[in-house]
Design a protein around this ligand. Structure first.
Ligand code: FES
Ligand code: FES
Length: 175
């Protein structure tokens, strides 16, 4: 059985038929074709499906889609400003914060939600904000560094490239 729902995703309003039992993640991936949000554990354990709902990070695999009606959904596809990547996306690229990339869309959304309320987080605050996002590849250090780089870029108006370059010079490792 389908129901017609009006959803607001990444600034676009869409009215679409959705199987009544679908989660928000299933709707994003299989109805709207937004496959950036990943289907990992599908039971609320890994964070790969994280999106923003009215600015707060939520696990879309355990959220019935009807709970997103009338609210603003933002997925990893909506973080960039047109053709310009968000500072977080540049920072992950520059620091090696993404390896296989499976966890990255969810981590970007969690980090985006953090930086929207706190543009100068401590490493502990970053770790807490990302505590629901599992990464099997990076060991997290580069992820935390990427979030710090993005935060400094947002605070100071410097590009992520300049922030990374200054941090490397301070550490004396060139580049
Ligand atoms: S896919 Fe949603 S928490 Fe793992
Ligand atoms: S980069 Fe591979 S799981 Fe995080």
């Amino acid at each position: 059985m389908h129901t017609i729902l009006e959803l607001r995703v990444n600034g676009d309003r869409t009215e679409t038929g959705v199987p009544t039992h679908y989660t928000l993640l299933e709707t994003l991936r299989y109805v709207l074709g937004l496959t950036g949000s990943k289907q990992g554990c599908d039971k609320g354990d890994c964070g790969a499906c994280t999106v923003l709902l009215d600015g707060d990070a939520v696990l879309s695999c355990i959220l019935p889609v009807h709970e997103a009606v009338g609210r603003e959904v933002c997925t990893v596809e909506g973080l960039a400003d047109g053709p310009h990547p968000h500072a977080l996306q540049d920072a992950f690229d520059l620091t090696g914060g993404a390896q296989c990339g499976f966890c990255t869309p969810g981590i970007l959304c969690s980090a985006y939600g953090l930086l929207a309320r706190n543009d100068d987080p401590t490493r502990r605050e970053i770790a807490e904000a990302l505590s629901g996002n599992l990464c099997r590849c990076t060991g997290y250090t580069k992820i935390f560094e990427a979030v710090e780089v993005a935060a400094e870029s947002i605070r100071t108006g410097k590009t992520p490239e300049d922030v990374v370059s200054a941090r490397r010079q301070t550490r004396g490792d060139g580049g």
